[in-house]
Ligand binder design. Structure first.
Ligand code: KG4
Ligand code: ZN
Length: 338
């Protein structure tokens, strides 16, 4: 089955063609980072305008690169949420228009679930279900029990900032460009992670929940000083130590809570998803501290937002549901798992 996937939840316009949920024939991503960088974050109005301009050329390119025509497509899949409402509506309506014009079924899937599927789609034979899913993105920090593809139980989530959001905010505090994650990782490589004793939050109600807002405030004080204190701007070396200590505190917390989740649920496989999984230090930390578990990471081109993960997951959702969605399907800004 050939699936055309569309992704437009935030600041990437993407289209991919995937066969049978696994074989990626094309995976076109048009990033808007250049557009938003001067504002230090995503400007929703600008994101929507760019999606409008670029959606059809991106779809055309994905079809050309895959060497197929629209006529050969069996299913249109689209990310129905979570994300920016205007951006979601553009992708959703593009998918509905294609489905209507070509008389094809269409289906909406969760972007968060798709981030986990991005890791599973290339290595599905290696996974032992049930396993633990770890979503580390700009909008989510979630631990889920994956019983099988499409069947999830959320067992931990952030009560305030998402981990990627914390990286982006900490980068902003240090006057680094957007997106902050890769900038912090680069700075941290030269820093001393033991210099600052930062800590992520403990959430009493559920020890598998996350809290990064206190950590972010601690970094703010380390960079700018306490309120009313006049602290000189940090040197490059000081920034490197702060970045390394922050990154260490954030990932140490992810490691400990993930290990606890695996132990509590009796799982030996971890599946990772989301843009933050690009981080090499994170991957090394897990391979060093959790060698007894199997780690399934998304391959490089599937870590950030893309449509191959949407098309791939769409294939499974359609199989399970045995039919697609109808044209009343709405965008869901705060969806996590379907
Ligand atoms: O999954 P994603 O592409 O978008 C969402 O669904 O949110 O993730 C984007 C996030 C941003 O917050 C970005 O700073 C972060 O992923 N990120 C990283 C790295 N590369 C991207 N965070 C830490 N280290 C990185 N190398
Ligand atoms: Zn994402």
């Amino acid at each position: 089955m050939l699936v055309l996937g569309i992704e437009s939840t935030c600041d990437e316009t993407a289209c991919a063609i995937v066969r049978d949920g696994k074989e990626i024939l094309s995976n076109v991503v048009s990033s808007q980072i250049d557009l938003h960088r001067e504002y230090g974050g995503v400007v929703p109005e600008l994101a929507c305008r760019r999606h409008v301009d670029i959606m059809i050329p991106v779809i055309d390119q994905a079809l050309t690169e895959a060497g197929v025509t629209l006529n050969a497509i069996d299913l249109i899949a689209v990310a129905k949420g979570p994300g920016l409402i205007g951006a979601l509506l553009l992708g959703l309506n593009a998918a509905k228009a294609l489905a209507l014009a070509e008389n094809k079924p269409f289906i909406g899937v969760s972007h968060i679930e798709a981030h986990l599927y991005a890791a599973m789609m290339c290595q599905s034979d290696a996974i032992h279900f049930p396993c633990i899913g770890v979503v580390l993105s700009g909008g989510h920090t979630t631990l889920v029990l994956i019983k099988e593809i499409g069947v999830y139980e959320t067992i931990g989530q952030t009560v305030d900032d998402a981990i990627g959001e914390a990286f982006d905010k900490v980068a902003k505090i240090m006057d680094l460009p957007y997106p902050g994650g890769p900038e912090i990782e680069k700075l941290a490589q030269q820093g001393n992670a033991k210099k600052w004793n930062f800590k992520s939050g403990f959430v009493k109600k559920n020890p598998l929940d996350f809290s990064f807002s206190g950590l972010k405030t601690a970094v703010l004080y380390a960079v700018k000083g306490q309120p009313k204190e006049e602290k000189p701007a940090p040197t490059l070396e000081e920034k490197q130590d702060i970045a390394a200590s922050f990154q260490y505190a954030a990932f140490q917390d992810v490691l400990q809570k993930t290990l606890l989740a695996a132990e509590l649920k009796g799982c030996d496989t971890l599946v990772f998803g989301g843009g933050v999984t690009n981080n090499h230090f994170l991957r090394e930390l897990f391979s060093l501290k959790a060698p007894h578990l199997l780690h399934i990471w998304p391959r490089g081109d599937l870590t950030m937002d893309n449509a191959a993960m949407i098309a791939g997951l769409g294939f499974h959702a359609f199989k399970n549901q045995e039919h697609g969605d109808d044209f009343t399907l709405a965008a869901e800004t705060s969806l996590s798992f379907s």
